[in-house]
Design a protein around this ligand. Sequence first.
Ligand code: C2E
Ligand code: CA
Ligand code: CA
Length: 394
Amino acid sequence: MTNILIIEDVQEIGENLSEFARIAGFNSHYTETYSTLSSKQLRKASHIILDLNMPELDGLDILDELKIMSIEAPIILCSGMSDDIITSAIDVMNELGLCFGGCLPKPFTFEQFTACISKASLAPSAASNSPQDISKIRLTKGDLKVALQQGWFYPVFQPQIDISDNSLMGIECLARLHHPLLGQYTPDDFITRLVETDLIDEFTTVFIRNTLKDLISIGYPRDKRISFNIDPKSLHRSLLFDLTCYLSSQHIQPEQICLEITELSALGLTKELRTLLTKIRMSGLHISMDDFGTGFSTIHELDQLPFDEVKIDREFVSKMTERAGSLAIVKNIVSLGHDLNMIVVAEGVETKEQADMLKQLNCKYMQGYLFSKPVKLDELALKLDHKEQVIEYW
Ligand code: C2E
Ligand code: CA
Ligand code: CA
């Protein structure tokens, strides 16, 4: 049953929307005063039409409240504002985990109205990607300890491609957890818990050792890079010492290994940090600034610390073909990285259009679903054996 809730304080527009809903055979409820709506009315709605810019109501505040009420219905933004403002509002909705149902211009025709409602009906519900929906059990310290002891963490591998000749430049090793009783977990579920429970150091050491052992077992080429993600919390001398000892015991050249680090400035740009990173580089290891352009990573750090690789966050890559702003950011990160003599890797490349655009910007290294999703060890071994048959790009 289509139950459209219209939040609009311009009477003429509100009545127009209600009339269209009636003609199209939908139920609708139109209100000029958001504050009088009951939570029952909000929850009953199958679609919500919200005017972003109303004389008396603030559409963005209402979005916050819809989030607090865990509203899952698709929300259609009705607005006469410019595209960049609407794009920002959609970003706000995504951040809040609300379901974006589409845009209705002002003024709108009956055809535009019905098309918008049908399209919104197909939008994935906010519940399907909201954290509350994950029926996963929060991992306790005990769960994580057992998982470490039992070897339930395992790596998956995502190729990084040198687009100039479609060859393999290296792989990023990404952690997964398969708990036999609790199910499958991704890093977003367990890395923070490992940090909170002080198990991150043990995890990092064990994960890197086991993964390298796995890679040796399939004869992973000695001249291709192997990248690991390192949480800043486990970035200290003992990690470096342990890692370099292990590499030497396995006759692995440190130059083959790259440590991808995010959110470094959470630690503060101290002399100790600079010394440690310099030591890491002096040992031959590479260090990469991950997720560049988001969160805490700054140009200042890139300049002050001895990184030799920078990864452009997929947030920008995914939007670069649609948003002039994202394209400009990508373009500038590529040239900044090159000016600083760094390897620049674009992550999250999903379409040929993005790859072509990156190529034009001189970004030589790419990673993303276009080339391969992260794969398990046996599949990586197959890909390495039958490289030419796999896909157009790799
Ligand atoms: P990240 O380092 O930015 O890794 C890239 C993430 O993007 C991975 O998610 C990967 O599966 C995903 N990805 C790669 N290509 C595409 C694409 O084309 N499209 C989309 N939509 N996604 C793509 P994953 O494996 O879930 O890892 C999430 C984050 O968890 C990683 O982000 C990394 O920060 C962290 N992580 C993973 N493994 C480890 C680990 O062993 N240690 C630490 N400390 N963190 C880890
Ligand atoms: Ca990474
Ligand atoms: Ca990223």
